[in-house]
Design a protein around this ligand. Structure first.
Ligand code: HEC
Ligand code: HEC
Length: 225
């Protein structure tokens, strides 16, 4: 048996991608933590800072000290976080008023977000407070590249069930499984993407530049949260 040629696999994928591309683009649903990050960037980062540490530019200007979300959020239930973010209803199970836990500097977003958007924000806050791996690139870029090149094998939600898995005998890594992904460092992921892995994970070094690879790593991190 001749060894499998990674270059011809890439060519085959390009052809398949052209056929399936539009379908994939229409179906791809970004994961909640990714949606949450989009909202966080637009609405929260000004005060809470890029990584939720409380060091945003508006906080400095207002002279306020937003909580470090990477630590405080761990001890909060989803129910409490929903109340904190929306400012809707009594803030604790004992029914005390909201400002018993929070100062007025934290805005109330009750009329701004739909319920799913609040859930997405919470998913991203959980990501910020649990991920051991720093964000290395722009996940927006990663999302587009993943949809274009990776979902064909790794699946729409990264679960390892892309259409190719029904055509050839492959078992792609499950990018949505935190137990599988967390032990791998960012460098491990970069290495697999650039150089490929075992027989059927293609090497992307001729297709993607280093910052595109980093963007993909960040997107993959959001898939498992
Ligand atoms: C105008 C500045 C500002 C903006 C914008 C802002 N926050 Fe806050 N936030 C604060 C401040 C200040 C606190 C700390 C309040 C306190 O400790 O009394 C806080 C606290 C919080 C807490 C509670 C942390 C804890 O567990 O104690 C959460 C959760 C939170 N913010 C989420 C968000 C989210 C999500 C957004 C975006 C939708 C957002 N914030 C936007 C200023 C802001
Ligand atoms: C032809 C199918 C195929 C395509 C396309 C593909 N992969 Fe993979 N990928 C695999 C398979 C199969 C594995 C599992 C390899 C193994 O564990 O031996 C894998 C593993 C990986 C791993 C390694 C995780 C680990 O366990 O070390 C990463 C990271 C990865 N893929 C990222 C990507 C990215 C990013 C893309 C798109 C640029 C992509 N893959 C496209 C099939 C594919």
């Amino acid at each position: 048996m001749t060894p499998f040629d990674r270059k011809s696999l890439i060519v085959l994928l390009a052809v398949l991608g052209a056929i399936l591309g539009n379908v994939a683009a229409a179906l791809a649903e970004p994961p909640p933590a990714f949606e949450g990050r989009r909202l966080f960037v637009s609405y929260c980062q000004l005060c809470h800072g890029k990584m939720g540490k409380g060091d945003g530019p508006l906080a400095k200007q207002m002279g306020i000290t937003p909580s470090d979300l990477t630590t405080t959020v761990r001890s909060r239930s989803d129910t409490i976080l929903k109340k904190i973010i929306t400012g809707d209803g009594p803030q604790t199970i004992t029914g005390r008023a909201r400002h018993n836990i929070l100062s007025e500097a934290m805005p109330e977003w009750v009329n701004v977000f739909k319920a799913e958007q609040v859930d997405a924000l919470i998913a991203y806050l959980r990501f910020l407070s649990t991920s051991k791996h720093p964000m290395m690139g722009d996940p927006e870029v990663g999302y587009k590249l993943y949809t274009k090149y990776c979902t064909v094998c790794h699946g729409e939600e990264g679960e390892g069930d892309g259409v190719m898995t029904k055509m050839i005998k492959i078992n792609p890594a499950d990018h949505s499984n935190a137990n599988e992904m967390d032990p791998l460092s960012n460098q491990d992921l970069v290495y697999s993407i650039v150089n490929g892995k075992s027989q059927f994970m293609p090497a992307w070094e001729d297709t993607l530049n280093p910052s595109e690879v980093e963007a993909l790593v960040s997107y993959i991190r959001l898939l498992s949260n």
